[in-house]
Design a protein. Structure first.
Length: 576
């Protein structure tokens, strides 16, 4: 009976103590919430006051753009910006003066602010109204009537920076002074609350918590055994978490006992609780051809204490086959001896099947399918690359699984920096990467490759691209041939009539811009028809080719020699 009364007394004291703390904390929380809310609203007020100067500069900038631009579209864009900013500044000034309940901005005024805003000579109300009036005049001025000498333009570009901004800064400084005083009041209130809480806790420690000490000691002693059992479970779970567990297991070497999670039983196709795992009996689930590999990996971990990974096949009781990935770590005692093996078993059957299908699919697709990963530290590698990498780059995919530098080493020296720059830009913007570049293939020589890839950001901050690349050398050759046929004479290799026109247009534009002279020479061969008739067309063609070569040798690299047809040639000489 005495024990019951003691417990009830302690319970009553404990409830009283907690109630007092709860009331004190609630009161302080409500008070602080109100003060912080007021301070937050005041911070919005200070930010809005500071924003006024930026709006004035914005009006001055776009007003200057309206007065100086000759582009009508740019003028209307700047005009729209002036109109929007003018309305924002007017609304912001009204909110500063009268507050804004919907925006959480209070009405703040004192003698200094009243002087700053309402002074009849240099008051900010009159200054802002004058500034906005001139801005409105500028906004309503047509493009043809607006120039740099306009009064509204001159007023905005000089009055805003030199007169209005100091007045706005003075208002911001006054708001900040009021804010600092409010913060000082909050700090004093926090000190009072802190002292009150400390005093209350001291009273509770003396009259409530000390009597509970004995009972707590008794409770701790009764929990030690439970904590000891939970510690082993926690260590096993932590080891499994470090290895990204799917199903975890542990093998105690001293007792030769095996413990498994329910997921391990499900992977093996066994109902949890219907099978007691032992080191020897567990081998019956492993494919006969893989048992030796698994046993060897376990012995290695037991002997050396080093973690290892092994992939093998499981045979379920129903006869189905599953492929699993097993990871093993060793736990050591104080002397460094292995006392336990822990690990995870992950079912990777679907992943392996998907990988096999992808490999078969990539064999029928020209080029290379790959994943390219760029870490935040600049290191890069290819987590996956199809066999097509050997055809495209002449590199075994296994060589770039840890380091992508062999691929970049095959790129033409003129293309390397551009390709890397485009890749980094794609990673920063998470935009699709597309590029064409040259590759020095060990067997094919110099080839052209086109690559496409889509990036995604990984949780660790690195970027992973999914893409493909293929050989476009043949397409490049056809494009070059088409260009040659379209712009060059097939017999002499000189510019044809179409390319000549482009070169003359370019020469004229350059001459106008640089005030230089140029010349166009019209040439033909005398008695060429007689030569063709007496010696044959092959001799005539050979003569035309030789004439083209000699004309090329007579001019500079920047000049153009063209063949119009027959025996007619044209020379375009620039910047004489």
């Amino acid at each position: 009976m005495k024990t019951v009364k003691t417990v009830q007394s302690l319970r009553f004291q404990y409830v009283i103590g907690l109630s007092v703390i709860a009331l004190l904390i609630t009161a302080s929380f409500i008070t602080m919430q109100r003060i912080v809310s007021e301070q937050r609203d005041f911070s919005r007020l200070v930010n809005l006051a500071g924003h006024q100067s930026g709006l004035a500069n914005r009006i001055a900038y776009f007003g200057s753009l309206m007065a100086t631009t000759n582009d009508e579209a740019e003028f209307h864009m700047a005009r729209a910006q002036v109109g929007r900013t003018l309305n924002k500044m007017k609304a912001a000034h009204n909110t500063l003066r009268h507050g804004g309940a919907d925006q959480g901005i209070p009405t703040v005024i004192n003698e200094n602010l009243r002087t700053i805003y309402e002074d009849p000579m240099v008051g900010l109300d009159a200054a802002v109204e004058n500034f906005l009036e001139r801005a409105n005049v500028l906004y309503n001025t047509n493009m043809s009537d607006l120039h740099r000498g306009s009064a509204a333009y001159l007023f905005l570009t000089t009055y805003g920076p030199h007169v209005l901004e100091p007045m706005l800064d003075a208002a911001v400084e006054e708001y900040e002074k009021i804010g600092r005083k409010a913060i000082l009041r909050i700090e004093n209130l926090e000190l009072v609350i802190w002292v009150a809480v400390l005093f209350t806790l001291l009273l509770e420690a003396l009259f409530i918590f000390r009597p509970l000490e004995k009972r707590i000691r008794h409770a701790i002693s009764s929990l030690e055994e439970t904590v000891s059992e939970l510690t082993m479970t926690r260590e096993r779970l932590l080891a499994a978490q470090e290895l990204a567990l799917v199903g975890d297991w542990s093998w105690c070497l001293q007792s030769d006992s095996v413990a498994c999670s329910d997921q391990v039983f499900r992977v093996c196709g066994v109902v949890p609780g219907t099978f007691v795992p032992t080191p020897n009996d567990s081998l019956q689930f492993i494919h006969p051809e893989d048992r030796r590999t698994v046993v060897k990996a376990l012995r290695s971990a037991r002997r050396c204490g080093e973690p290892n990974t092994v992939e093998y096949r499981l045979i379920r009781p129903d006869g189905s086959e599953r492929r699993v990935l097993q990871q093993t770590v060793a736990r050591l005692d104080e002397r460094g001896q292995v006392i336990m093996l822990s690990g995870t078993i992950q079912d990777v059957t679907e992943r392996q099947e998907l990988s096999n299908r992808l490999e078969k699919l990539s064999e029928h697709i020209p080029g290379c399918i790959y994943q390219f990963q760029l870490g935040s530290n600049g290191a890069s590698h290819f987590p996956y690359a199809s066999k097509g990498m050997e055809e495209t780059y002449g590199i075994n995919p296994e060589l770039v699984s840890d380091d992508a530098s062999p691929v970049f080493a095959t790129l033409h020296h003129e293309d390397v920096l551009r390709v890397k720059r485009e890749i980094h830009q794609s990673g920063q913007e998470l935009g699709i990467w597309r590029d064409e570049y040259r590759v020095q293939h060990p067997e094919k020589g110099e080839i052209w490759v086109e690559g496409h890839a889509t990036p995604e950001r990984l949780p660790d901050g690195s970027t992973l691209w999914h893409g493909y690349a293929w050989d476009i050398t043949e397409r490049k050759c056809r494009e070059h041939q088409i260009r040659q046929l379209a712009l060059f004479d097939p017999l002499t290799g000189l510019a044809n009539r179409w390319l000549l026109k482009e070169r003359i247009d370019h020469a004229l534009a350059t001459a106008r811009r640089n005030a230089h002279y140029g010349a166009v020479l019209m040439l033909d061969l005398d008695n060429f028809k007689t030569l063709n008739d007496t010696q044959g067309h092959s001799i005539g063609d050979a003569l035309l080719v030789e004439v083209g070569k000699r004309l090329q040798n007579c001019v500079r690299a920047s000049d153009t020699i063209a063949r119009l047809g027959g025996d007619e040639f044209v020379a375009v000489l620039e910047q004489l």
